[in-house]
Design a protein around this ligand. Structure first.
Ligand code: ATR
Length: 278
């Protein structure tokens, strides 16, 4: 049996990873709960992941988060994965056993839905999601779990929307050109594309058909208020920015590693925003 170090260590593996806000987030919770552990950013090239992973439990790591580009590639390297990671086809959280085996979970869908839960429409009617990349898979999974009666996916490259819809029964692909008109009678609009992110062009979307009560959310959090969210807010729609998805996806991971379920609070959000600005 492997010795476990008294201090819990966890981290995030990415390439690049220096921009990650996860260390600020997890270290805040470690201090808040008086735990002596540490959460570190680990830059790992894709070609080195397989070699590096088995060393982490030896160093005392309880687990790690994975970010781009490792979330999909890691799956064959794991001893097991949960049903959510299997359905989404990606793991964002690993837990190491005392024996050094790595198990994968996906908490992105949980993070997405918990972020918008207080604002979710009571009647889970029609949801429209834009984008069909990696992030869209977690959003699709969450919307299906949440019981939306109709979930439409629209993507610039229509083959990818079709392929997402065939992986997730319950989703229907619609043509990119219809993205404006299709908003009629929607109760939720989600942007999962990278459009609107700092350095990217804005998402060009005419919101005039969207009911005013529809919730609009973006998984992008840099900037916090994307042009889409600003346009939605100015016409009176409720909006939720993407930072809360990052905060909430971290909750089950922290609990799995350190045995305490942490809370997402306004103070935590302010702390992470300060780290983002630094
Ligand atoms: P992620 O893992 O963050 O979802 P991704 O897998 O690269 O990233 O997906 C990016 C998404 O943004 C895709 O849906 C992509 O559309 P395509 O499949 O057509 O590439 C979308 N996207 C990126 N740039 C875009 C643009 N200029 N116009 C429309 N959609 C765009």
């Amino acid at each position: 049996m492997m010795p476990t170090l008294p201090k819990g260590v966890a981290g995030v593996i990415g390439w690049p990873v220096s921009h990650s806000l996860s260390p600020a987030l997890h270290n805040y919770w470690l201090r808040e709960h008086g735990l002596a552990g540490n959460y570190v950013a680990l830059p790992v090239e894709p070609s080195r992941l397989q070699e590096i992973l088995p060393g982490l439990p030896l160093l005392g790591f309880r687990g790690v988060n994975l970010t781009l580009p490792h979330k999909q590639d890691v799956l064959p390297m794991l001893a097991g994965i949960d049903d959510v990671a299997r359905a989404i086809g990606a793991a964002n959280t690993l837990i190491f056993t005392r024996e050094g085996a790595a198990y994968g979970m996906n908490t992105d869908a949980y993070g997405f839905i918990e972020n918008i839960r207080p604002h979710l429409p009571e009647r889970r009617g029609k949801a429209v999601m834009l984008g069909a990349g990696g992030a869209a898979r977690a959003v699709a999974y969450a919307l299906i779990q949440e019981g939306f009666s109709e979930i439409l996916v629209i993507n610039r490259t229509s083959d990818k929307a079709q392929s997402l819809a065939s992986d997730f029964p319950g989703l229907t692909a619609a043509p990119w050109e219809q993205r404006h008109a299709i908003l009629a009678s929607a109760s939720l609009l989600v942007n999962t594309t990278s459009l609107g992110m700092s350095g990217q062009p804005p998402l060009e979307l005419n919101l005039s058909a969207l009911p005013q009560h529809a919730l609009v959310t973006d998984i992008v959090y840099s900037p916090l208020m994307t042009p889409l969210l600003m346009a939605a807010q100015s016409r009176g729609n409720p909006v939720v920015d993407g930072l809360g998805m990052l905060l909430h996806q971290a909750v089950p991971a922290f609990e799995a590693w350190f045995g305490i379920r942490p809370r997402v609070t306004r103070k935590l959000r302010e702390h992470v925003l300060k780290a983002k600005a630094a």
